[in-house]
Every structure is written in C-alpha cells, then in structure tokens.
Design a binder for this molecule. Structure first.
Ligand SMILES: *Cc1c(COP(=O)(O)O)cnc(C)c1O
Length: 360
C-alpha cells in the first residue's frame, strides 16, 4: 500500500505544539524531495543535495509554516487572518484559509508580485490589497491591523510559522541519517534561516543527528541589509520573494549565524539568473529566481575556495519556477527567447534538430 504523507503537523506532532484540541488544517505539505545533484557536486567538489520546496501544495515552503499558523489561529477562534507578502505567503495564506473556511486578507506591494502568486491569492478568494509601498510598509500595516482589529497575523513574526518551517530540517536529517555539514538558503525576512537553525538544533538535541550544519544565507545584492548591516530603504532585485529591506527576523538570524558558525552573502541578479538556468538545465529542477540564490551562493563560495572537498551540502530551493516563469524566457543578454518555428515536415524538423537518418 502507498505510504501517504499526512502533512507536517501529523508527521511531527511530537515536535510541535499541537494537541488533540488543535484542528489540523493541512493540504499535505512537507515530505518534499531531497534530490542529489551530481552536476553541482562536480562543479564544486562537494556532495550536494537540493531540498525542492517548490513541491509543496501551493509551490513554496510557506505552506509548512502556514499549516501551523492557520491551525493555531483556528484553535484560538480566529475567523480572519492577515499577512503582508512578497507573493508566496499570500498564496499560502489564501489556500489554507480557504481550506479552514476562514478569510484571509493579504497586503502586497503594488506591481511587485509575480503573476503566478497573484493569481493564487485571487483564485483562493483572498482579500488581496495592493499597497502603494514596498513589503516593509505592508508588514507595518499588517502588524498594526492585527493589534487593533479582529484579525490574526500569519507573517513569520508569528512564531507558529517558524515552528512549522523547522520541519524541513527534520526531513533532511531523516533522509540523510544525519545533518549535512553546510546548509545554503535564501534570505529575505530570514524567518526560514531561523527555522532551519532551530530544526537542526532540535534534531541534534533529540539525538537524531551528530552535528549542527553551518548555515549559509544569501540575499540579493540590491536587497542585502543583513550583509551591509543597514536597513535598505528601497530594496531592488528581480528575485521578488526576497526583496526585503528590513528583515523581520534580523536579530534571530544573527543569533543563528553565531550559533552555527554561519555566513551571510550577497549575490548580483545576473548570477541568480545564471544559477536558475544551471539548476534547470543540469539538474532538472525549475525554481523561481529567489530560490536559485542558494545555487548561486554555492557557486560563489566554491569560486572563493570556501567549499571543502567532499563536504555534504544541502541547498534549500524555496519556490517553484512556474510561479514566476518570465525569467526563464530571457536570454543572458536580456533579449527574449523564442522557440524555432518549422513547417510540418519530418525531414525539415530532422534537419533543424541536426539529426541524420539511421542507416544513411
Ligand atoms: C518567502 C520566501 C523566501 C524568503 O524567506 P524568508 O523566511 O523571508 O527569509 C525565499 N524564497 C521564496 C521563494 C520565498 O517565498
């Protein structure tokens, strides 16, 4: 019989604050593939795996935190939730609220949300409001609304989100039989960086692993406040999911870096797109630009001689490529990629493909 994955709250009930009173709102999130990536191992001399979080129900890791946050909100009697979002949180909040039969209000920066994510929030019947400001403005407003009105905040400043997201680290330890030596991850609000650190720390305490990975987090160069040590007033990057100038989990992330002997780095947009292409064309995994920064970060560290040979490295890729597909259709020089058009004749197609007839 098939082994049905029951979602992270059921699978890791003993490691989370869920009781028989908690109504478990799940879409079957988690249990995502950990894919070995020989092409990246060959490029870096390490042994590399990719944790493909685009395989979650709404296409990003946000579902791990949202199942927890919405379940706890419903347990507390909430009828409405609110969040600020660069796109994926709104998609996830709208889907889980729909499943729970409550309403979700989502605040997004005007014109800065990928089409796939926008359509998810709309189709799941979220109350979507575009704010004439950036993500950081959206979060300020969402926090104030939650303080003064009957709506429950489900951003990652809500600890339930971090708790749900830590389960990804448990899965990696379960599959590898131990923690890796390094873990690479994109950084926006740094909630996920914090969550993995917590998950790995708990796995170590629980005796499931023997080591704590060094946590390497990467931000886009135009949006890298933790790297520069300063709030970025107008963050800019094509990686819209991590266009954040004042990370909500900044302090927690600095503590996590300290605890794991970790690292924060910044990557230019051109390198992010190059890495997206490498991951898709050489490993077979299509991710959105923000997610590709894990790969770009690994290649950058390898170039800098900072990837020990044979070390075991896991990269989290956070969201599916179909969320924001436009970047895949752009060539490195910025021009559009258009497929070749050929007449409906076999010999012509063979010739365009460079195929010689068998036996000829
Ligand atoms: C939310 C998100 C991130 C950033 O995660 P943080 O916890 O805010 O650091 C990265 N990639 C994708 C695809 C996301 O949706």
């Amino acid at each position: 019989m098939a082994n049905l994955w029951r979602g992270v709250l059921h699978e890791y009930a003993d490691r989370l604050d869920v009781t028989e009173k908690t109504p478990i709102i799940t879409l079957g999130e988690g249990g995502t593939p950990l894919i070995e990536a020989p092409a990246l191992s060959k490029r870096t001399g390490a042994r590399v795996w990719v944790k493909f979080e685009g395989m979650n129900p709404t296409g990003s890791f946000k579902d791990r935190g949202m199942t927890m946050a919405i379940s706890k909100a419903v347990e507390a009697g909430a009828k409405a939730v609110i969040c600020a979002s660069t796109g994926n949180t709104s998609a996830s909040a709208a889907a889980y609220a729909a499943h729970a039969g409550i309403t979700a209000a989502v605040l997004v920066p005007e014109g800065k949300i990928a089409m796939g994510k926008l359509s998810q929030a709309v189709v799941h019947d979220g109350s979507l409001i575009q704010i004439q400001g950036n993500f950081d403005d959206c979060l300020d407003i969402a926090r104030e609304l939650a303080e003064h009105y009957p709506v429950h905040l489900v951003n990652s400043v809500n600890n339930d989100r971090i708790e749900g997201q830590k389960t990804a680290a448990f899965e990696i330890v379960d599959v590898l039989g131990d923690a890796p030596d390094f873990h690479y991850i994109p950084v926006g609000n740094a909630g996920n960086y914090t969550a993995y650190t917590r998950g790995y720390t708990e796995a170590l305490g629980h005796g499931d692993s023997t080591t704590l990975p060094r946590m390497f987090g990467f931000s886009a160069a135009g949006s890298a406040p933790i790297v520069t040590g300063q709030v970025v007033k107008n963050p800019e990057t094509i990686a819209s999911a991590i266009r954040i100038g004042n990370p909500a989990s900044w302090e927690l992330a600095l503590a996590a870096r300290e605890a794991t002997n970790g690292y924060f780095g910044a990557i230019e947009d051109a390198k992010i797109l190059e890495a997206q292409k490498i991951l898709a064309a050489e490993v077979g995994i299509f991710v959105e630009p923000a997610s590709a920064i894990s790969v770009a970060g690994l290649l950058e560290r390898a170039d800098a001689g900072q990837v020990p040979a044979g070390s075991r490295i896991v990269l989290t890729v956070t969201g599916h490529g179909l969320k924001d597909p436009q970047w895949a259709l752009r060539a490195a020089d910025g021009s559009d990629i258009t497929p070749t058009v050929v007449k409906a004749e076999t010999t012509e197609v063979a010739s365009v493909l460079g195929l010689a007839k068998a036996g000829a």
